[in-house]
Design a binder for this molecule. Structure first.
Ligand SMILES: Cc1cc2nc3c(=O)[nH]c(=O)nc-3n(C[C@H](O)[C@H](O)[C@H](O)COP(=O)(O)OP(=O)(O)OC[C@H]3O[C@@H](n4cnc5c(N)ncnc54)[C@H](O)[C@@H]3O)c2cc1C
Length: 397
């Protein structure tokens, strides 16, 4: 993909090109700002970050200084207190960068990890951490998944034993995004291992460098190569009781609540990726010739692309609708689960076909679509696998 192609794709605005009932001027201004950042500061440099395996801290600080990490947070912490639709704009535009690893690095920090501090944190905890979270000085991770418990959160085995004014954590966490380079970890552990599972989990803040807490392994991944992912280990790790987030035994509910935001955001990111994949494939098939004519002249190809574009439009509108329900304070587990299931599968369908239309070049590491195909794969697994999401939908049919 060359610079000219990048520019053409950027000019096609998926939502802002058409009036939308969902977005106000402030959303469109944010969209333009994020898109500019993506074009000028992510796309030209992110291939190096893919090779390094993480997004450099100065880039995250820059995102913080531009206000991207405080979109949902109050002005007293340096944020702009916007709504769920603004988050969706941010995620969609990062998805359009074509670098899923960069997008997820930022989105885990803003919408999956720090949200635990903001929603469940005490005044003291928020005052201490939120300004750094918003500025990008403090990067966060959320550690729920374990080697034996992913989809089934209640099955986690990390324990937090009360010991006077402290809790002592023992256990291990798996697949933790930002796990290697984060400063602050929101960790799920069982405070009542033999109690009812939904009331046995609590959340804790654990700072990097706390004795007994180690990053045991940086994980090597199929895609999202510029996102750092780790296995974590807690061995007699003592944290002050004041580091508990929210009431004891309420962690499972906090995790489930925050999943709603996380899944909407992942859906938005997926639709940004899918849109970008279609756009760069359109550029390709309009110029690539076989049998004397551009690929776009083949009805089989243009109709498949047209159907994919229709599905992506549908997926995107579903994401917007789920976010809008959030802005109205309406419970939307059904719609959010649909978003995660539909968009996670759809982005894979899109990149599969788009890679196909690139022919042999699509299989080459140097092509953008090759990276996008690897990045998309996890979208139907992480943050709620498709099958688990469909069960949530089925329960609500
Ligand atoms: C790159 C990456 C980053 C991640 N980042 C984080 C993070 O930052 N923090 C964190 O806590 N976790 C993180 N995760 C974990 C992620 O959320 C889990 O991988 C996911 O929830 C699935 O859990 P699992 O891998 O244990 O799969 P399992 O739960 O073992 O499921 C395996 C497969 O079985 C199927 N399945 C599961 N349950 C059902 C069911 N009820 N019915 C039918 N089929 C079912 C699904 O196809 C699923 O993919 C990350 C994972 C990856 C790969």
């Amino acid at each position: 993909m060359n610079g000219v192609d990048d520019l053409k794709a950027a000019e096609i605005a998926p939502s802002s090109a058409r009036p939308s009932a969902y977005f106000a001027e402030e959303h469109e201004l944010l969209r333009a700002q994020v898109r500019r950042f993506v074009e000028t500061e992510i796309k030209p440099r992110a291939q190096t970050w893919e090779e390094q395996g993480h997004v450099p801290r100065e880039v995250l600080r820059r995102m913080g200084s531009l206000g991207f990490f405080g979109i949902r947070y109050p002005t007293r912490y340096g944020g702009s207190e916007m709504d769920a639709l603004a988050t969706v704009v941010f995620a969609e535009e990062l998805g359009r960068s074509t670098f899923g690893g960069v997008a997820i690095t930022a989105l885990v920090h803003t919408d999956m990890a720090s949200i635990h501090v903001f929603r469940a944190g005490s005044e003291t905890q928020r005052d201490k951490w939120m300004p750094g979270i918003v500025s990008g000085e403090v990067i966060t991770a959320v550690a729920v998944t374990e080697a034996d418990a992913g989809s089934d959160v209640k099955g986690i085995r990390t324990v937090a034993r009360r010991s006077r004014d402290d809790y002592v954590l023992d256990g291990a966490k798996m697949f933790i995004t930002n796990g290697v380079y984060a400063d602050l970890y929101c960790v799920a552990a069982k405070t009542a291992p033999s109690g009812p599972p939904s009331q046995s989990i609590s959340m804790f803040l654990v700072e990097k460098g706390t004795p007994g807490f180690t990053v045991s392994r940086a994980l090597d991944k199929h895609g999202w190569r510029s996102s750092d992912t780790a296995e974590l280990h807690f061995d007699n790790c003592r944290v002050p009781a004041a580091n508990r987030l929210g009431d004891e035994g309420r962690g499972f509910y906090a995790i489930m609540k925050n999943f709603q935001n996380e899944r909407t955001v992942i859906g938005a990111m997926a639709m940004g990726e899918a849109q970008a994949a279609i756009e760069l494939t359109l550029d390709y098939v309009r110029t690539r010739k076989t049998f004397g004519a551009a690929l776009m002249q083949k009805q089989a190809i243009r109709q498949r692309l047209a159907m994919l574009a229709a599905k992506v439009e549908a997926g995107r509108q579903l994401v917007y609708h789920a976010a809008w329900l959030d802005t109205q304070g309406i419970e939307a587990t059904r719609e959010v689960s649909m978003v995660k299931a539909y968009c996670g599968e759809l982005v894979n369908e899109v990149v599969y076909d788009c890679l196909q239309f690139h022919g042999g070049m699509g299989f080459m590491r140097e092509s953008t679509i090759e990276r996008m195909a690897r990045d998309a794969r996890v979208q139907s697994i992480g943050g709620g696998a498709t099958e688990v999401m469909l069960e949530e939908v089925a329960k609500r049919l």
